[in-house]
Design a protein around this ligand. Sequence first.
Ligand SMILES: Cc1cc2nc3c(=O)[nH]c(=O)nc-3n(C[C@H](O)[C@H](O)[C@H](O)COP(=O)(O)OP(=O)(O)OC[C@H]3O[C@@H](n4cnc5c(N)ncnc54)[C@H](O)[C@@H]3O)c2cc1C
Length: 400
Amino acid sequence: MTKYDVIVVGLGAVGGAATLHLARAGARVLGIDRYSPPHKNGSSHGDTRITRAAIGEGVEYSALALRSHALWREYEALTGQTLFVRNGCLTISGADAVVMHDVDDFFANVENAAKRFDIPMRSFDDAAAIRARYPQFAVAPGDKAILDEEAGYLYVERCVAATLDLAAQAGAQLLLDTQVMAIEPSASGVAVATGDNQRYTADRVLIAAGAWLPGFVAGEIARHFTVTRQVLHWFEIRSNPERFRPENCPVFIWQLPRRGGVESSIYGFPLEGDAGNGLKVTHEESGPSTDPDHVDRSVDPETETARTFRTYIEPFFPDLGPRCVRTATCLYTRVDRSRFVIDHDPRSERVTFASACSGHGFKHSAALGEALADELTYGEARHVDLSPFRLARLGEYLRV
Ligand SMILES: Cc1cc2nc3c(=O)[nH]c(=O)nc-3n(C[C@H](O)[C@H](O)[C@H](O)COP(=O)(O)OP(=O)(O)OC[C@H]3O[C@@H](n4cnc5c(N)ncnc54)[C@H](O)[C@@H]3O)c2cc1C
């Protein structure tokens, strides 16, 4: 039986990228997924993801995003597909704004990261300036905005599929529709047991199981994660569809004013194709922790869609109507202050785990996968620094 250098559990955004880079480095790598990615059961679906370079969640993320942008461009050249559309990200904030991603200084962090990493930027210092350029947003007196011109959006399913195609071409073995049931480290290696009663062995295992990751790690780590159900909405565009075309509408993050029932920020994307496709714009659910195997994937038109429209869309988007063209549900795996957690399992140095979600991990996944592969192959990451995401650093960010 083949003993692999590394088995990767989970072939979504992060695991797929790690598998690609392990194979490129010449490792014997087996990637296993319980479904056939890209699929709709985890965190990597729903057409698009925002990518930014000036990162509000913390200055330590910008190098990951910039490295990922270079990698997405490389994958585009190799596959002949468009993966990344660079049309900017507008972050809007104002008086008494809600926080974004559980980070108190999000807007200031964006400004600081732009300066520190020399990221092309445009500032809009008042509501009139924002309205003059972007009349689709009904901003209020006192609002300000900043445009990260290196930002844009990624086609999420295409990115996952392209990464796995490239991984297979580089020599990775991919085992799909196969659930990992147990990971058993020992002094000589790690055994991985699957639902079809097979066992595979490797020197090391990387767990990149997204919303299912807490089930694989020790209880003292698992307690830091909550898995929350998120709902995506595409609302009808009733007027001025040209305002929402990518050339007129960057992706956006809006720290709304805390009134009229508003509890979270919203984010959205430009119109894709026909105006009848609607605009993907939604708010973030803080909701109770859920179980990824039993989450309700239906969307209630009254309690969810109508409420979202009344609270988060109608007061802020004069061109959008209440009819919802499409919905989807997806899972966030959250840690306080939207942290990533990437480390060895304290029970075995042979087992590494990577949780990079908290609602903002996709954009970083290409660089994270490369860095994880570097660590597993050469002992350290070459392009980015993973030290801010270690367990030992988590205490700095926990809300007690
Ligand atoms: C609604 C929503 C909006 C988001 N918006 C953004 C955004 O705009 N920008 C951004 O950067 N990020 C965003 N994110 C976050 C981003 O999508 C996630 O960070 C990213 O998809 C996480 O990737 P992952 O590899 O950790 O998980 P996934 O891609 O879900 O992969 C985990 C994989 O593990 C597999 N798996 C689980 N258990 C097992 C098992 N026992 N055996 C085998 N395989 C297993 C699963 O099948 C799955 O394929 C958003 C997330 C959501 C839900």
